[in-house]
Design a protein around this ligand. Sequence first.
Ligand code: ADP
Length: 535
Amino acid sequence: MWLEPRDPRLLQLGFSLLFLLDMALRVAGDLQLRTGPLIGLVLVPIAWVATLSVPWTRTPEWCRLSLLVFDIGLVGLSRLDPLGGSALLVVVPALWLGFAYGVRGAIVTGVSTVLLVMVPGLLYIGTSGINVSRSVTTTVIAVTVSLAIANAIQRVRGGQELIELQRRVGEAILDTVDVGLVLLDGNGRYLTMNRRHHDFMRLAFPAGHRGQAGQLGEVFHEDGEQLVQHEDMPTYRATQGEEFDDQLIWVGSDPLTRRALSVSSRVVREESGRFAGAALAYKDVTDFMRALEVKEEFVASVSHELRTPLTSIHGFTSLVLERDDLPGQVRQQLGVVARNVDRLDRLVADLLQTAQVERGLVHLDRERTDIAALVRQSIEAARPVVDGAGLTLASRVPKHLVVLVDPQRFSQVVDNLLSNAVKYTPSGGRIEVDLSVTHDRVELVVLDTGIGIGVRDRHHVFSRFFRSRRAAQRSIQGIGLGLSITKAIVDSHGGRIEVESEEGRGSTFRVRLPLDVPVERHLPDPTPLSGARSR
Ligand code: ADP
């Protein structure tokens, strides 16, 4: 209230008290109060009571201005004493005039002090040197004080306006971006958020939000079904000092209006390194997620539909090929048909499986399996192709190694790695397959001396539909799905797959599976490498 320029009550109280103090000190100093100061003494309390009864916020401007000029007049009255009295009280209304009216107030101060303090004083007391000096000094001080406060206030207001302007510009910029933005303080309280995020908040917290990080609401995991728990809420993670990218959440429970958001968080620290808060960005990826869903459903259903006619073509071709009375040329042509149907069948199977992997559907039927036997079967199955391609294949596989895996999936891993080794190794090259076991894991290594993979491509070989430049240049057939499926199978067994490779020198794929449930182990064959070579 006391810094409200439109309400001069506090000012008037201070002025009145100082005036009364001046009078009291004069009386205490045995000074006889003259008519002027006495009139002032009567008017001061009247003026104070009057200010209390005025509704200042609704009063016209000239009333306030008149009160301040009136105060200067009171100072003029207090000076009407042969000794000159104290005129410095004029500083109080001068301050207020400068504060409330700026430079205009300083001009009013100057004019009023000259007319109401200086001139009456000179007329009453006389134009002695000391009186002239006091009158002039009082006026100059009053105007200076008024100007100084006007200037200071102008600067403060200018600064505030600039800060306010900057704040509005900042807000306007944040509101134009299509990303929800939130700023949390060190205690996890919401400091600010942009307009876009208000929309997300309404979806996530239809019952309202208390402005504290970690509040539970209609926030779901990537699957869109499981509710996100307190410790997984992005805002809670951010207040724990975590920095992350692309946490996918769904907000809202209505399937028609819910949105998929990809959330990133960055920590804000003080200079000392203390956690001061966090900034979170929520990117709307709903359209992308829906498009992905449609694509996956499309691939899955098309692959499924393709399989039925393919199975039929495959079956009938095999039946015809079993006949003894086929002319040689027809048999040869049907062989081509059969091989291409096989290829198409594998392709469709890969596509179907990829669609399932994308939907998190790597279903495993684990059972005690002699994986050494499976590896040997895969090698035997690959041998005709290996021979046909003019490659050498050596292997080191234990007699038995029984572990808990999905046998079909495990064979798929070995087959994929082996067929790649054959496909990407030119004639005359070497392939090695090594299966071993340590105290806590099984390791399968498939090595080749083929075309290899460049450094830049190596990071992408496990991505869907990726093909290295060398593979594409050499027109080696493939669509880039085998390794991504292989990785998904290995991952779902809790294992890891890695590749070491050098362009032009060959590749080594290493699969490691944890041996959680070792059932039976047998040491590797004493013979180091059993090999076969043919053209
Ligand atoms: P595809 O073989 O059908 O293209 P994959 O997913 O099995 O698909 O392999 C992805 C890519 O990785 C291949 O296109 C090839 O560029 C590279 N690649 C895989 N295995 C090897 C290998 N043994 N030697 C060289 N490049 C390989």
